[in-house]
Design a protein around this ligand. Sequence first.
Ligand code: C2E
Ligand code: MG
Ligand code: MG
Ligand code: MG
Length: 288
Amino acid sequence: NADTALYRAKAQGRNNFQFYAAEMNAHAGERIALTGKLRRALKNDEFVLQFQPQVDIGSMQVVGAEALIRWHHPQMGLVPPAKFIPLAEETGIIVPIGEWVLRAACLQARAWLERGLPPVRMSVNLSACQFRKEGLAGLVARTVEACGLDPAFLELELTESMLMDDPNSAIATMRELKAVGVRLSLDDFGTGYSSLNRLKGFPIDALKIDRSFVRDITTDRTDAAITAAVVSLAHSLGLTVVAEGVEDAGQLECLRQHGCDEMQGYFFSRPLSAEPFAALLRTGAVCA
Ligand code: C2E
Ligand code: MG
Ligand code: MG
Ligand code: MG
């Protein structure tokens, strides 16, 4: 009857609530534990960088390296950034992690140059937290200076969402970074909400077409048309176009036909540790 039904609903609601609260606690507990582990990881030097080559499509020469963080956890092994970057951003611990990445990437770039390897750009991903924080340009200037790296070799990768929240203050920060002498690129282009039309207001040097467009470029006419439009607009704005996630020769051929400048992806090489990357620079061949 109605009373029983009401009782059931209440009981269920209560159980659901208790269950939910327990889940939340477990979740919060895990998050706190992981945040503590990230702090210790920083102290214990458990982060490492891998480098994925960026290749000029015309000459097939390596022209850049994207630094990609991994967490070398003593028990968990090599943890990919998707497993810890989002929480690191929420808790703000991405700021000291990001400073570590910037410094480690600059030191590596300098070390390769000193060994007489062919000079390549070093790209570093910035998080929204880092980008919003006061004093970023000063930090970047001090870091390249301390590492003895010409800032022209450093590229910072930003994402559309970082620019769209508050475009005017983003432009101000980007101008400060440009004044330091670094390059700026727009990562994962096409996944955010910025229109092609907004691009002209941003002082960027390169645009990275997200791999979701590259994936089906040989079979999906829409993706191919979008890529063609992005390349031609980017070129008219004087930007270099890099395609992300190139996994086969067909995609490369298609991108070449559309006039894309550079590519990055498993077809050429997965991200490599510093030594295999240096060997690649030396010989021009992939040895992973
Ligand atoms: P991203 O900046 O777009 O980096 C490209 C990601 O695509 C990398 O994943 C790379 O390994 C992967 N990738 C490259 N080529 C291919 C391909 O051909 N096929 C497929 N399926 N994937 C490919 P990774 O290293 O796991 O990094 C994921 C994301 O984590 C990065 O995306 C970036 O947003 C973030 N990230 C990585 N390192 C850092 C860092 O030092 N700081 C910050 N803030 N974020 C980072
Ligand atoms: Mg990137
Ligand atoms: Mg990307
Ligand atoms: Mg990404």
